[in-house]
Design a protein around this ligand. Structure first.
Ligand SMILES: Nc1ncnc2c1ncn2[C@@H]1O[C@H](COP(=O)(O)OP(=O)(O)O)[C@@H](O)[C@H]1O
Ligand SMILES: N[C@@H](CCOP(=O)(O)O)C(=O)O
Length: 312
């Protein structure tokens, strides 16, 4: 049996719409991500289990993990032995935590290992981005590459090997708060303007370039000062009940940054201490999250997608 875990991720990371993403590791050790289990079988079979399995379409054909299996068998490894694939769906759908990317990345990583196909990192990332793009309304890599490789990734089709790892401050703690309702990524992309003014495009490029270079040389406080999302947040915040209130309340409790994770509705903060992160989490638990939501204090997951032992 092969069991592969793929972690949740923060798309956009505030300043890098479709271009910057970070993998999350809750500090209490919770597995915040999907797991795919593969084992030899007489015929190919697919199962979907886990806390969010019921939220997915009933038919296997509509499940991304099954679609990845069918594609892999037909186009990548037709001589692969028959396999039973179980998706353990542990992330909510439409959460802004890269849920669809998690399923796709875990599935292709597991199949690549099971069939010993040894696809290159770039070929695997391209395959993963194709499938994530089927549901999100656009082909973007900012959940795929952090989920697969871990850490904070600057990522796009222009980037050599599709991703360059960006260092982060060891002091940074992230609070990720899923409010408990879904927001479809394609819908949240639909509210964005279709074009940018010359001024806004130039400012976006200047901000992202400066941010990445400052991070690269360890000038983290100056990088934090640049963390503002003028491209997506102004258009998406009205889709997320409670976001504006959180954005004004949390800086007083020690949040350096409050922003939307991916397309939302998950909100994330960056705090420079665990104590500040705990204060923000308490506020979010009380004021942002309903009975179906959750929050985690996280560091970045620097390991990315990996084999795990059962029971871990
Ligand atoms: N294994 C899967 N994981 C997540 N979403 C899936 C999966 N299979 C199919 N889907 C569908 O893909 C869409 C994912 O929605 P989206 O808003 O892009 O989610 P997220 O932002 O959490 O990745 C939903 O319509 C969901 O039913
Ligand atoms: N760059 C994308 C990220 C979507 O992330 P998700 O977790 O909401 O799927 C976007 O902002 O649309």
């Amino acid at each position: 049996m092969i069991s592969i875990y793929a972690p949740a991720s923060i798309g956009n990371f505030c300043v890098g719409f479709d271009s910057l993403g970070a993998a999350l590791a809750p500090i209490d050790g919770t597995l915040l991500g999907d797991v795919v289990h593969l084992e030899h079988a007489d015929n190919d079979a697919f199962f979907c289990v886990g806390p969010y399995a019921e939220k997915l379409p009933k038919s296997a054909q509509e499940n991304l993990a099954y679609q990845c299996l069918v594609h892999f068998r037909e186009h990548v490894a037709s001589d692969m032995p028959s396999v039973s694939l179980t998706l353990e769906k542990r992330l909510p759908i439409g959460s802004g935590l890269g849920s669809s990317a998690c399923s796709v990345v875990a599935t292709f990583t597991a199949l690549n290992e099971f069939a010993q196909t040894k696809l290159s990192q770039e070929a695997l990332i391209e395959l993963m981005a194709d499938f994530e793009g089927k549901v999100s309304g656009a082909r973007h890599y900012d959940n795929i590459t952090p989920c697969y490789l871990g850490g904070l990734q600057l990522t796009s089709h222009l980037v050599p090997n599709k991703a360059i790892s960006v260092p982060v401050s060891e002091d940074w703690h992230y609070v990720a708060a899923f409010p408990g309702f879904a927001l479809n990524t394609a819908k949240a992309r639909g509210v964005l303007p279709v074009s940018l003014s010359n001024h806004d495009a130039v400012e976006f490029a200047q901000r992202l370039a400066s941010y990445c270079l400052l991070m690269q040389v360890g000038r983290f406080d100056e990088a934090l000062e640049l963390m503002e999302d003028k491209l997506a947040e102004p258009y998406r915040q009205s889709l997320i009940a409670g976001f504006s209130e959180a954005k004004s309340a949390l800086p007083k409790l020690g949040a350096e940054i409050v922003s939307i994770s991916g397309a939302g509705p998950t909100l994330f903060t960056i705090c420079k201490s665990l104590a500040a992160a705990e204060h923000c989490q308490q506020w979010l638990e009380k004021n942002y999250i309903n009975a179906h939501g959750f929050s985690h204090i996280c560091k970045l997951d620097n390991r990315g997608t990996r084999a795990i032992s059962l029971g871990v």
